[in-house]
Ligand binder design. Structure first.
Ligand code: IVH
Length: 674
């Protein structure tokens, strides 16, 4: 193929995949199978790797994000991002309507919209390309979160080129986390001993500020757009403009409704106050906007809010019920979760019998006493939470709830680390739910991918056949076939699946070990930095904490894990079984083609002319024999700093007297000598 043919093939694949994305994520009407999609995506990925000259930050392949540390840059909004006046009352809405009617005598209509409970975002498009995504911030300045936003599949990176979108415009909307994503995320967090996220709004806002776009890509975020910002709008109707925006490729709400007077607005509100429990995401109210853009301009703004729109907020649905008792559940990593048993009570369409209390701190801040009547609310979570206590119903002499001090299963004294809200059972080698929990985690698909369910692990444990993941590798087919649930064939399959797991790559092995706080992404970062179990085992807490996105608590947890006798013994057995304890160096960095930077440790920080430029500079370090670091330490020789470099990195470099150089100075170091 000629270069031109390759380029046109790449463009054609991108267009095809973009339209598949639109059909799947915006219209919810996919017309090809996942398999066909994956094949085309792989084809595009290969072409882009082979021909980097045709790279494009808006290519559909970029949806997966990357794991370089993003440092957010603050930018000024072209148009300030204002908020809306809020009300909880019908009287206020009638007054809002009356005020507008005093200001105009022309007829007008309202648009009623759902008020999404997420985090607001402003997207800028230039000739059909997403060029910038900025958070609300203080309304005047926000954070540039473009790299993270590119991973949200319902946000078009390139607009439908069959439509007449404006050359340059801004569009605003809400990034949210659907209930299903929060549930999945919390299940994963529980796996690694992290406390669950309390609600969808915080989870969405938190995800957007994650300094690692590959991690954001996995959060399952969604985005609805509801406001076009440009000096001259395509039509005078907001409703029609949003229909147009939908045709350009944006996800807009299907629940927007026109209302010709305030009584229709009130009907819409009443409808959604009942129906919102059936939505797959949270809304916290209804937004009422005047449809006509020219009337909006005529009405204008007060200092902080537009006169042409108002938000009606729902009162959170709550119910009150007496507390019967508290159960303390022991999770797979020993984390204790207190759960309240309540007198059954009706809330938002279901009967509630249990409510989560999260941890000891929450119980304390609620000032919960035995026998208290408590208020419960539903967020995105399946299990509701207790929001406050009805003190007026407290019985005289009631005692405050005393948090348990010993594990309810094995009796070991619980431990609570400074700075952590939760307590946990430290007896992870002998506490039964932790032993089986650890092995269950070890076999899961994302870890060693051994073909067996939780029930099998429980059975093997009960039969005394396994106490540690390492025991799995000693099981034989005849031994398994003797178990009641196994036939000869399934026993053979199981043993074979265990044997095949020795080929699982090192980052997943590291994740499978179930070190507290070490999730999939952290395991990848650690593997990339240290290359082998041996190096990681020998690293100090400080050295571990230098890795991307690894904090002090995680570093301490990893360090201590390698100092435990039983873990050391387990590792020795796993190594003997043939598990992958190191990465193939070539996987991590390409072989150097020059020695100009041999022996030098270098880090690249800040933003450069384009996002790819930073990746190119990093590649140059490795190609010239240098070692790329992710954090500054005593061994760092040079910090290559772009615009707005990481403040902590610069501070550390200055403290250590490490040389900080510019891109030009760096290029001079590797320039071919004349
Ligand atoms: S319109 C001038 N429409 O609610 C402000 N906002 O305080 C125009 N929100 O910051 C905003 N759903 O984050 C608008 N359908 C919707 C919305 C919506 C949620 C959020 C938005 C804004 C806040 C209002």
């Amino acid at each position: 193929m000629t270069n031109q043919e390759i380029q046109s093939k790449i463009l054609q694949l991108r267009e095809f995949l973009n339209s598949c994305n639109y059909k799947y994520y915006v219209l919810a009407q996919p017309d090809i199978s996942d398999y066909e999609y994956d094949i085309k995506m792989a084809e595009l990925q290969k072409l882009e790797t082979d021909y980097p000259e045709f790279d494009d930050p808006n290519s559909p392949t970029k949806r997966v994000g990357d794991d370089t540390n993003i440092e957010f840059v603050q930018v000024q909004h072209k148009y300030p991002m204002l908020s809306l006046g809020n009300t909880y009352s019908e009287a206020d809405l009638r007054e809002f309507d009356a005020r507008i009617r005093r200001l105009t005598d022309k007829p007008f209509t309202y648009d009623c919209e759902l008020k999404f409970d997420g985090t607001s975002i402003s997207l800028t498009y230039d000739h059909g390309q997403l060029i910038r995504a900025v958070t609300r911030g203080d309304g005047v300045h926000g954070d540039d979160v473009t790299a993270n936003v590119r991973t949200i599949k319902s946000i078009p990176l390139t607009l439908n080129n069959t439509t007449q979108y404006p050359d340059f415009f801004e569009i605003r909307g809400e990034i949210l986390m659907p209930h299903a994503s929060l549930q999945r995320l919390n299940a994963e967090r529980e796996e690694i001993g992290e406390p669950p996220l309390a609600n969808c709004r915080n989870a969405a806002a938190g995800a957007l500020k994650t300094q690692n776009s590959a991690a954001v890509a996995k959060r399952g975020l969604d985005c609805y757009l509801y406001y076009l910002m440009m000096d001259s709008q395509p039509t005078d109707s907001h409703f029609e403009n949003m229909q147009l925006a939908k045709s350009w490729g944006f996800k807009t709400s299907e629940h927007v409704k026109k209302a010709s007077d305030i009584s229709q607005v009130l009907d819409y509100i009443a409808y959604w106050d009942r129906e919102r429990e059936n939505l797959p995401y949270d809304i916290d109210g209804i937004v009422i906007k005047i449809d006509s853009i020219s009337l909006r301009e005529q009405l204008g703004f007060t200092a902080k809010t537009p006169r042409w729109a108002i938000a009606y907020k729902f009162k959170a649905e709550e119910a009150a019920s007496p507390l019967i008792s508290i159960d303390y559940q022991v999770g797979r990593t020993g984390v204790i979760t207190p759960v309240a048993n309540l007198e059954p009570v009706h809330l938002a369409g279901t009967t509630v019998r249990r409510a989560t209390l999260h941890n000891a701190d929450i119980i304390k801040s609620l000032d919960l006493h035995y026998g208290d009547t408590v208020f419960i609310e539903k967020g995105g979570e399946v299990i509701p939470k207790i929001t406050r206590v009805d003190i007026s119903k407290r019985k005289p002499g009631a005692l405050p709830v005393k948090y348990i001090e010993n594990c309810p299963v094995c009796g070991a004294p619980l431990v609570r680390n400074e700075g952590e809200a939760g307590s946990y059972c430290p007896n992870y080698q002998h506490c039964p739910p932790q032993i089986t929990g650890k092995i269950i985690h070890f076999v899961t698909r994302k870890a060693m991918d051994i073909n067996c369910g939780e029930a099998t692990i429980e059975l093997l444990y009960k039969q005394g056949l396994i106490h540690s993941p390492a025991d799995l590798y000693d099981l034989t087919a005849p031994q398994m076939a003797r178990l009641e649930r196994f036939a000869e064939k399934s026993a053979k399959n199981f043993v074979e699946s265990v044997r095949n797991s020795v080929n699982v790559p090192f980052p997943r092995v590291l994740y499978a070990l179930g070190i507290r706080h070490v999730g999939e992404q952290a395991a990848k970062n650690l593997a990339k930095h240290f290359h082998s179990i041996e190096n990681l085992r020998n690293a100090s807490i400080e050295q571990i904490a230098e890795v991307n996105d690894i904090g002090e608590i995680m570093a301490e947890s990893v360090y201590q894990w390698f100092r435990n006798e039983e873990n050391i013994e387990m590792l020795a057995r796993l190594e003997k079984a043939g598990l992958q304890f190191h990465t193939d160096e070539t996987e991590v960095s390409s072989a150097p083609t020059s020695e100009k930077l041999a022996g030098l440790n270098i880090i690249v920080t800040g933003s450069f002319a384009t996002p790819q430029r930073r990746a190119e500079l990093e590649q140059m370090v490795e190609q010239n024999g240098g070692k790329l670091q992710s954090g500054v330490n005593a061994k760092t020789n040079f910090v290559v700093a772009g615009d707005k470099p990481g403040a902590s990195k610069i501070a550390k470099a200055e403290k250590l007297g490490t040389k900080i150089i510019s891109e030009t100075e760096f290029l001079a170091m590797i320039e071919p000598q004349a």
